[in-house]
Design a protein around this ligand. Structure first.
Ligand SMILES: *Cc1c(COP(=O)(O)O)cnc(C)c1O
Length: 396
């Protein structure tokens, strides 16, 4: 067998498999471990979307329905994305040049690196962050430079801290709000600042907007494309996965700067052949329903808000004070006093409460001192887990 590539040496398994291994080991020993670690909605995709899939997959009049998904002229999905951007953000997008459909946004997030990064180039990535921003750079044999997210700056990076030598080699800058894992939310002012910075230093901003429609307490999250002229320097990644509970369907988009969209589409045309057509139709249906009736996803969002409050109340009872997040599917909490780091606390919860959470330190130094709880588990499971956490903490 040949030796695996240098990429593979660096790539390693996907995030936090160490915790995963420990959970499996404890489960094998018979412990009833509850995991609150992963952000993958437990609720089903709403019926009208499922029914559109069934309709289109069985539509014998559509003789093209099983053909490659990338082939012209099936444009129902990009058109629906453009309609959604108009209605949701009042942003105009040309479905032909400013939208590319993705096999889930993760796919595009990884592939955009191949469009811009050569060895020696740099992608600026927030720390902590969704790991795929780094993966893309790594696969392109490029480098990443961490922009620490600071609690005192509401978990936004301080652009003025990035050294000029780094900026000379930087091409991409990743942002993600509402944020995973910190649950931080921003207003348009912050995006304004980011766009200005990107224009000054010739960067492409890659904004990951996966949670833009999962927000609470009346907060409405902006798109970076609402900033005037943002299209000159930004591409935004979106997904049906979280707002419509469609993680397994694999459908999302990238929109904005036409050149970036074209390059990403070129990489994809050379690697994949598109999304299964009935899934494109069902995805379009999801967005069309949203455009007619934005409250369509309210029950889903209310479910997460109820769970968020459950987790917050319980943490407070146990003496941990957390700000209620205004968006995302996560509670990002400081570890209680008396623990030296997030890994120690995660181990404590696993061994004493049989609950697995994500230690913030797993995301790098800037995440240290925090842990993440995901709200994508049934209410009764979350209740039981929080009861166990409370009692373990009150015992010490
Ligand atoms: C879940 C998630 C995604 C992507 O999901 P897809 O299912 O690939 O569309 C992207 N970014 C963040 C931060 C996420 O948490």
């Amino acid at each position: 067998m040949p030796r695996p590539s240098k990429r593979m040496e660096k790539l390693g398994p996907y995030l936090f498999s160490a915790i995963g291994a420990k959970v499996r080991e404890m489960k094998a020993k018979g412990f009833k471990v509850i995991s609150l670690g992963i952000g993958d909605p437990d609720v089903p995709t709403p019926d009208p979307i499922v029914l559109e899939l069934i309709r289109s997959v069985t539509d014998v009049n559509d003789r093209d329905r099983f053909r490659y998904g990338s082939d012209w002229p099936l444009d129902v999905f990009p058109k629906a994305v453009s309609e959604y951007y108009q209605k949701r953000f009042e942003v105009e997008l040309d479905p032909n040049t400013e939208i590319v459909s993705l096999i889930g946004s993760k796919e595009g997030i990884a592939h955009i690196a191949l469009c811009y990064l050569d060895p020696g180039d740099i992608a600026l990535v927030p720390e902590p962050c969704y790991p795929v921003y780094k993966t893309g750079a790594l696969l392109a044999l490029a480098e990443t430079y961490p922009m620490p997210l600071l609690p005192e700056r509401n978990w936004t990076p301080d652009f003025s801290e990035i050294p000029k030598e780094v900026l000379k080699r930087a091409k991409l800058m990743w942002l993600n709000y509402p944020n995973n894992p910190t649950a931080a939310c921003v207003n348009l002012e912050f995006f304004n600042e980011a766009v200005e910075f990107a224009r000054e230093y010739g960067l492409l901003i890659c904004h990951d907007a996966a949670y833009v429609d999962i927000t609470y307490d009346g907060y409405v999250a902006p798109s970076i494309l609402q900033v005037p002229k943002a299209k000159e320097v930004a591409i935004e990644f979106g997904s049906l996965s979280k707002p419509f509970a469609m993680t397994g369907w694999r459908i999302g988009w990238a929109v904005g700067n036409a050149e970036a969209v074209r390059l990403l589409a070129t990489v994809k045309d050379n690697i994949d052949s598109g999304i299964f057509r009935p899934i494109q139709r069902a995805g379009a249906k999801a967005l069309q329903i949203w455009c007619q009736e934005p409250s369509f996803i309210r029950p889903l969002v209310e479910t997460y808000q109820r769970r968020r409050d459950l987790v917050l109340n319980s943490l407070r009872k146990a003496g941990v004070s957390v700000q209620p997040p205004k968006g995302s599917l996560y509670v990002w909490s400081p570890i209680p006093e008396g623990f030296t780091n997030s890994q120690e606390f995660a181990n404590f919860l696993l061994e004493r409460a049989y609950v697995a959470v994500t230690p913030g330190g797993g995301y790098g130094q800037a995440g240290e001192g925090y842990f993440r709880i995901s709200l994508t588990y049934p209410d009764d499971i979350i209740c039981e887990a929080m009861r166990r956490i409370e009692s373990a903490l009150l015992k010490i």
